[in-house]
Design a protein around this ligand. Structure first.
Ligand SMILES: Cc1ncc(COP(=O)(O)O)c(C=O)c1O
Length: 419
């Protein structure tokens, strides 16, 4: 066996620093002009600034919702929501199989059972049809992920959920200010989680938030996720009445995030334009396909540009194609096979296989198996999917043309000949 060095995963600018780019890189990020002013306010206030609530108010206003709760990231935001829902251990949450670990962590920590619905054929997202097959009497919620900014077809999902009395909530990490039929992604379910991690479209060091219009859920999320499940009892002090968490966004992060919010909208507009332009260019390359942008998406807030290839048309593997593209000058181009959560979460596979709580019966309602085979459409999609996450607001038409020409060069070099 090849002796490959296994390293811990890297994040943020550190993960990008060795890539050779002929296209505008993601880092250093464009910072909102007020970032330093707001940071200074935090410092000069001697940490008495209200920066966190200023960010929360501004974000809620942009989204037209009642509540925004700032967190240190989306992983904690979604964990906070999972805890606030207060479902029972062993209850099932249907969730997208192609996503980031951050979507899943809170579910596992709360002893819920993530049930991965398959994606639609040839799609990166799940749909009402694939979700419906997973509904059991133990299903409590559907957690949708708008992967690469492609918003799931929400209306049929919302209808299905209503029929089955299920909560719908959204992971909007990759679709900030994306719009579906005139509605912002993140405003269609009961609540949503966002990421302002340095690599994301609204990159801000780390950071995240939840939004919701539901007063009770917002109160419960703050209690469970920020007050550590504690109440103040007169004559005693804090009593911890629930297993809560301390997921508060730091004031310095709030300062940067507020400044980033002030510049995000034109960036998203630009990303939408350029992602559509680049998609139209690569669709002209034989054997290469852009991701389908459904007509219902008004604003494609694309984070991570991806495409698929017809492997049978090329003499190379997916990984070779991606590696050659990286050498051409899209340094962070790579295959995205690891996004298949039922395959990547090996700790969960072991837990389920060994029937460790909550996979014991009870608590679980049936025998769970996680693996690539459980979501064949998702697996087949990722087997032909290449992406780069440095696609960003600095791209102009000429960069899209350069990116398409690099893909064309790799395709031409590896294309099978008919003679
Ligand atoms: C779809 C999705 N969900 C969740 C997360 C986790 O977000 P954070 O890094 O802010 O915790 C990410 C980040 O990569 C993501 O892309």
């Amino acid at each position: 066996m090849e002796n490959k060095k296994i390293e811990n995963a890297k994040f943020g600018a550190e993960a990008f620093k060795d890539y050779k780019m002929k296209l505008p890189g993601l880092f250093p990020r464009i910072m909102g002009p007020n970032a330093m002013k707001y940071l200074q306010e935090v410092v000069e206030s001697g940490l008495t600034s209200n920066m966190m609530s200023r960010f929360e108010t501004a974000f809620a206003k942009e989204y037209g919702v009642k509540h925004c709760i700032a967190t240190p990231g989306c992983t904690p935001a979604l964990h906070m929501l999972a805890a606030a829902f207060g479902f029972e251990p062993g209850d099932e949450i249907i969730v997208s199989p192609i996503t980031d670990y951050g979507t899943i962590q809170g579910l596992v920590c709360e002893n819920y059972i993530p049930v991965f619905a398959d994606t639609d054929e040839n799609s990166i997202n799940m749909s009402a049809a694939t979700i419906e097959k997973c509904i059991t009497p133990r299903t409590r919620a559907i957690l949708v992920v708008h992967k690469t900014g492609l918003i799931c077809d929400m209306d049929p999902i919302l209808e299905l959920a209503k029929k089955n009395n299920l909560v719908v909530y959204e992971d909007v990490c990759q679709a900030v200010f994306g719009k579906y039929k005139g509605r912002y992604a993140g405003t269609m379910g009961l609540a949503a989680g966002f990421s302002f991690d340095g690599e994301k479209t609204m990159g801000s060091d780390t950071g995240g938030c939840i939004i919701t219009n539901d007063d009770e859920l917002a109160n419960r999320a703050r209690y469970m996720g920020q007050s550590r499940g504690a109440k103040t009892l007169p004559g005693f002090g804090r009593i911890h009445d629930a297993l809560g968490y301390a997921y508060r966004m730091p004031m310095g992060t709030a300062a940067i995030t507020l400044a980033q919010l002030e510049i995000i909208k034109p960036h998203v507009e630009k990303i939408d334009l350029m992602a559509r332009y680049l998609s139209s260019l690569i669709d002209q390359i034989d054997g290469v396909h852009s991701l389908h942008i459904p007509e219902y998406i008004d604003v494609y807030s694309c984070w991570m540009f991806g495409f698929t290839i017809d492997l049978e048309k090329f003499n190379c593997t997916l990984e070779d194609f991606a590696a050659q593209l990286a050498k051409e000058g899209i340094g962070d181009a790579g295959a995205g096979k690891y996004y298949l959560m039922p395959e990547a979460l090996t700790f969960l596979q072991r837990k389920a296989a060994n029937k460790i709580y909550p996979y014991s019966k009870p608590t679980a309602s049936y025998d769970y198996t996680y693996g690539a085979g459980t979501c064949p459409n998702a697996k087949a999609f990722l087997n032909k999917f290449i992406r780069w996450s440095s696609f960003n607001e600095r791209y102009e038409k000429e960069h899209c043309e350069l990116a398409a020409s690099m893909i064309e060069a790799v395709a031409a070099r590896n294309r099978k000949r008919n003679d």
